[in-house]
Design a protein around this ligand. Sequence first.
Ligand code: SAM
Ligand code: SF4
Length: 351
Amino acid sequence: MQVELDKQEITELLKSSDRERADLLNRAQEIKDAAVGNKVYFRGLVEFSNICSKDCLYCGIRKSNGKVVRYNASDEEILAACRFAWENRFGSVVLQSGELSSPAFVKRVDDLLKGIKKLSKNELGITLSCGEQTLETYQRWFESGAHRYLLRIEASNRDLYYKIHPNTEKHLFEKRIEALHFLREAGYQVGTGVMIGLPFQTYEDLADDLLFFKKMDIDMCGMGPYIEHEETPLYQYRHLLKSKQERFDLALNMIAVLRILMPDINIAAATALQAIDPAGREKALKVGANVIMPNLTPCDYRKEYLLYEDKPCLDEDAELCRNCLEARIELAGSEIGYNEWGDSKHFQNRK
Ligand code: SAM
Ligand code: SF4
């Protein structure tokens, strides 16, 4: 079932439009159904803090954006969001934040992990997305109950990586790669991904990103369109961007080709898809994605976790969000894997 494609073939597929595109998307859907089935897994997303030490040029909550009101949700608020997930039969939660590495931050995440395990009687699966950390920190968090980790490489082309992370005191491409290896060593299901449609990014770069995922033998992927944010340095290059619709279509092509290349991994339908098309995540489910991350961040904080413009679901409370999502997923023809962790089959097959 697994198909080998070279860079040239992938590039052509990514560029495909109209009829060829319909073939690509259908093929990806068939491969997904055969390899991982028709189920969609929920990961309740809790964006627990927007305090970040980094300065990624694209991100609305980068350290140097002085217009953001910084927050740190309380333990009670975070645990209440996780309890909501558990009571509503979501199999897992994702704890996401800006990147910090102080001992206090490491301990806080550790305590939260233990708290979530306790409140859910060990039933909730936990994914972390808290940036680059040491091997020891990753190991500590793993031992406290996290078992999946998302750390996007953002761009696997080193030159492009440094165009969007030029401050080498804070950002080193090699360190990012090393962190992905640490995660594997610590025992996690490892997820990475890229933004699609960045300024300066070519189709060839995206083809290389997919080949990078394959070479790294990743277990999960979260990738979505890059969306500009006015208060970030990358905004000055918006004249170089493809239209939002083109970025959206390209993101679907990326998901479809990745599903063909790596049939048994988990692929998330990124929230950024929904910022361009209200049905964006459901469309992604039809072309290869099998994970959705409903936003459970307490509403008061959502407007301060604006990574990009038009981020969706700012006003909806968690329950509303869930009900509309449930109906839309069923309409898209998928079944929801309630109470299931929905671990990466690729990870299980490797063991
Ligand atoms: N701080 C952690 C990290 O960077 O891994 C986790 C949180 S970070 C906000 C999660 C992801 O948001 C990043 O990996 C990045 O790809 C995405 N992101 C940030 N700014 C974005 C933008 N303008 N458009 C689309 N995605 C963006
Ligand atoms: Fe911080 Fe993550 Fe945003 Fe980079 S992408 S500025 S690390 S929150």
